[in-house]
Write a protein that binds this ligand. Structure first.
Ligand code: PLZ
Length: 472
């Protein structure tokens, strides 16, 4: 395998480009991380890309597939990030790559609003079949998650004739003006970027690890509903928007009963219940959609990320009568439902069905759960192991407290990177270490990646339970 700085293209001895599942599935470091070619590229990046765009690990990627990403220096890293829950079917997955290649040779763009094509319609048909609920559904296709959330709010406002939108503590919904208002965390997402869109209200989330006293899901929902009724008023409220498991905010799984109670209250008061499944959707949590876990049927659901195997595509899907409340021409955009992205989505969805990636996500969840619980036994800095399926995290705290330890989480993350494992952090307090592997990762590779995480805790100097007992 050779690599070249220009395209960083990896080829085999016959000059065939390597990528996708044809890449050797192993962790293999040939330079320090990042290596010299990556460092040279990063200098060019610093000179030419806005300083506002930061990079988690400046190892420049030449190829990726299965459970690995290969950098321009020839290092093969274990991928526990999947591009933030996007390449669930694997990078350059065969059906995605074939669909894209075919489509890109037929036509690349017409604008669906000018002259349409079948791929868009087919993706909407799949979405109607796969999303929760057996009611009549329709969709609109867009380019990004934030755009989907914006459109879901537009649709809910037209359908209800009301203005207000309720979101939750720790929520993440995007970086556009309306979705910045909906996102909870100030830095880096919002700081200095205001003024923000109005009529967005924030309700208390169910965050079991950080509740002062244990509280049931239904009670946490009641707490949120009281706030909504007193501070907003159901009659002014167009929609509640919630991530069934919060992503960027810290992989927060609300207490059982929280989501059903909110959804029921919405139905009773004519409020549109919008599930933001941009991170949780498309098999990530072990179901097609995370709402299914408690039998919640959202009125509208926003999807993106995993939908198209890495091509930019997003959607709002929901009750036909709500989706049709919008006047003709009210929804759209030049690229929304681009034919190449639609071909990718059809390939990705077929792959998820064929390989039963929801079952794969549950299996990955078992492996991660077992290893992370073992790790938490050893290190009292791990306050909680949580998540579902292939969306799991550990919350890192000062031992014996719930005080966030972002420093330790960051140190472990950096060590994983230098050891060739691509990991991510998240959380309002920056102290959550999260795992989002591609759903096609080999068991052995996943186990190896998690073993590196374990070693990283030791290397970062995290006290073991025995040591902290001695100190404390
Ligand atoms: N809703 C639940 O997770 C995107 C953001 C990364 P876009 N999450 C990754 C970053 O720092 O920008 C996300 C999400 C949920 C909405 C979005 C927004 O999706 O495709 O990034 O716009």
């Amino acid at each position: 395998m050779s690599s070249d700085i220009h395209g960083g293209i990896q080829t085999d001895s016959h000059g065939e480009i390597l990528g996708g599942p044809t890449l050797p599935q192993h962790r293999h470091l040939v330079t320090e991380i990042p290596g010299p070619i990556s460092r040279a590229l990063h200098e060019r990046k610093t000179a030419s890309v806005s300083g506002g765009v930061s990079v988690g690990l400046p190892a420049y990627i030449a190829a990726a597939g299965g459970g690995v990403v290969v950098d321009v220096d020839g290092n093969s890293l274990i991928d526990l990030a999947a591009g933030i829950a996007v390449t669930s079917v694997g990078n350059a997955a065969p059906k995605v790559a074939e669909g894209v290649a075919r489509q890109v040779h037929q036509f690349t763009h017409t604008c669906f609003m000018v002259v349409p094509y079948g791929g868009y319609v087919e993706v909407c048909e799949r979405l109607a079949e796969l999303t929760p609920g057996s009611h009549a559904k329709k969709s609109v296709l867009l380019n990004s998650g934030a755009e989907a959330v914006e459109n879901a709010v537009k649709i809910a406002r037209v359908a209800t004739g009301r203005d207000a939108v309720v979101v939750f503590d720790h929520a993440y919904h995007g970086r556009t003006n309306l979705t910045m208002a909906m996102t909870a965390k100030n830095a880096p997402y919002k700081n200095g970027f205001g003024p923000f869109a109005g009529e967005v209200y924030r309700a208390p989330m169910s965050y079991p690890f950080r509740e002062p006293a244990p509280i049931k899901g239904a009670e946490a929902a009641e707490r949120a509903i009281t706030m909504i009724e007193k501070q907003v008023g159901a009659e002014n409220l167009a929609a509640i928007v919630i991530e069934p498991i919060q992503g960027e905010g810290g992989f927060i799984v609300p207490a059982e009963g929280f989501l059903p109670a909110l959804s029921e209250w919405c139905t009773k008061h004519g409020v549109v219940f919008i599930a933001d499944e941009i991170q949780t959707g498309f098999c990530r949590t072990g179901d097609w959609f995370a709402c299914e876990n408690e039998g919640v049927v959202p009125d509208l659901i926003t999807t993106a990320k995993g939908i198209a195997g890495g091509l930019p595509l997003a959607a709002v899907t929901g009750r036909a009568e709500i989706m049709d409340a919008v006047h003709p021409g009210g929804l759209g955009g030049t690229y929304g439902g681009n034919p190449v992205a639609c071909a990718a989505a059809l390939g990705a969805i077929e792959t998820m069905k064929e390989l039963d990636l929801a079952a794969r996500a549950r299996h990955i969840g078992q492996i991660m759960g077992r290893r992370l619980h073992e790790l938490a036994e050893r290190y009292p800095s791990i306050g909680e192991v949580r998540g579902r399926g292939a969306m799991m995290a550990i919350e890192v705290v000062k031992p014996g407290t719930i005080t966030p330890d972002a420093e330790l989480a960051g140190a472990v993350n950096r060590i994983c990177h230098s050891e060739g494992v691509l990991t991510l952090t998240c959380g309002t307090f920056g102290n959550v270490f999260r795992f989002l592997p591609p759903l096609v990762i080999d068991d052995a590779l996943l186990e190896e990646g998690l073993a590196v995480v374990e070693q990283a805790f030791a290397a970062a100097g995290a006290p073991t339970r025995r040591e902290s007992a001695v100190v404390g």
